[in-house]
Design a protein around this ligand. Structure first.
Ligand code: IPM
Ligand code: MG
Length: 358
């Protein structure tokens, strides 16, 4: 198995190092895993003048899967937009055609107290958000900032982006979401803003068409504002949620807090053949970078997803997830999930604990 490892910026290097420890265990037991490192984000810009250097893209294209840390940092905020770290991340998603982004939000029972919601609201929570990842307003043309002349003859700058989805883009991500729902609780909620946006109207229609192929799945729809409210009112009503790129970005951050910390949420971004890129959903956290205090569990759980989806090895995925469950049950806590009585550990100690649990 060829793995491209792109740690990126900020805490990216620290958390990826813990995930690599987990991979090293599997390797020492005989798994054939080849890892090659590349730069992405600000690290790509610093080293090679490009947030997605050609060498990193080639590495990712040649690999079976990509493990990514995080990108971004305040030192890059003044760069021209195409040179910013985020552009590197968006480009690699697009270049690899990773249109289906799976973001599970799961509450480990021991972390109920770390959630900002009441324990009874979140206990037993197990949601899968399927976010479309290569379309929408993130990539739509035209986009830009330009000077335009207004109705009274005055000129001023306007900023604009285009929210756009083709039927085929909606259809393929809908199929992924329905297939996942079939393997879970057979409930799918499609989230859009069809009361206002034509783009969402089409989304809703196409999802309803795809539903005919999955008669066992109960399909519901919600406007995104209502979905945001329902996610904190009664999150356990959801099984699988499918939504567009922008709404999915927002709702998945929101859902992460139900599970205690954004530091717990892994993700898989898949193409049509289950080649994937695996990354925590959180960012590069520049404020705590280099201090060995970040939570590596989202990245370690992303490796579990890699085994489940790209390598079709559910046993190894379960083993990694069970190791994480065990360290949580044993009381190991990084700062973000720490509550009174927990054993506060560093990022690297958490990685070691998971390795020991394996
Ligand atoms: C995410 C992030 C990215 C996104 C940023 C860093 C470009 O927020 O993966 O959710 O908006 O997709
Ligand atoms: Mg986000």
């Amino acid at each position: 198995m060829k793995l491209a490892v792109l740690p990126g910026d900020g805490i990216g290097t620290e958390i990826v190092a813990q995930a690599v420890k987990v991979l090293a265990v599997l390797k020492s037991e005989g798994a054939s895993i080849e890892m090659e490192y590349g730069n992405i984000g600000g690290a790509g810009y610093d080293a090679e003048g490009d947030p997605l250097p050609e060498s990193s893209l080639k590495l990712a294209q040649a690999a079976d899967a990509v493990l990514l840390g995080a990108v971004g940092g305040p030192q890059y905020d003044q760069l021209d937009r195409p040179l910013r770290p985020e552009r590197g991340l968006l480009r690699i998603r697009k270049e690899l055609n990773l249109f289906a982004n799976l973001r599970p939000a799961l509450l480990y029972p021991e972390l109920a107290g770390a959630s900002s919601l009441k324990p009874e609201v979140v206990s037993g929570l197990d949601i899968m958000i399927v976010r479309e990842l290569t379309g929408d307003v993130y990539f739509g043309q035209p986009r830009g900032v330009e000077v335009r002349v207004g109705p009274n003859g005055q000129s001023e700058r306007v900023g604009f982006n285009t929210m756009i989805y083709s039927e085929s883009e909606v259809r393929r991500v809908a199929h992924v979401a329905f297939a996942i729902a079939m393997k879970r609780g057979k409930k799918l909620c499609s989230v859009e803003k069809a009361n206002v946006l034509e783009c969402s109207e089409l989304w809703k229609e196409v999802v309803a068409e795809v539903a005919q192929d999955y008669p066992e799945v109960e399909l519901s729809t919600l406007y995104v504002d209502n979905a945001a409210m329902q996610l904190v009112r009664n999150p356990k009503q959801f099984d699988v949620i499918v939504t567009g790129n922008l709404f999915g970005d927002i709702l998945s951050d929101q859902a992460s807090m139900l599970s205690g910390s954004i530091g717990m949420l892994p993700s898989a971004s898949l193409d049509a053949n289950n080649k994937g890129m695996y990354e925590p959903i959180h960012g590069s956290a520049p404020d705590i970078a280099g201090r060995d205090i970040a939570n590596p569990l989202a990245t370690i759980l992303s490796v579990a997803m890699m085994y489940r989806y790209t390598f079709a090895d559910a046993a190894t995925a379960d083993r990694i997830e069970n190791a994480v469950k065990k360290v949580i049950a044993q009381g190991y806590r990084t700062g973000d999930i720490w509550t009174e009585g927990g054993n506060k550990v560093s990022c690297s100690a958490m990685g070691d604990a998971v390795v020991a649990a394996m």
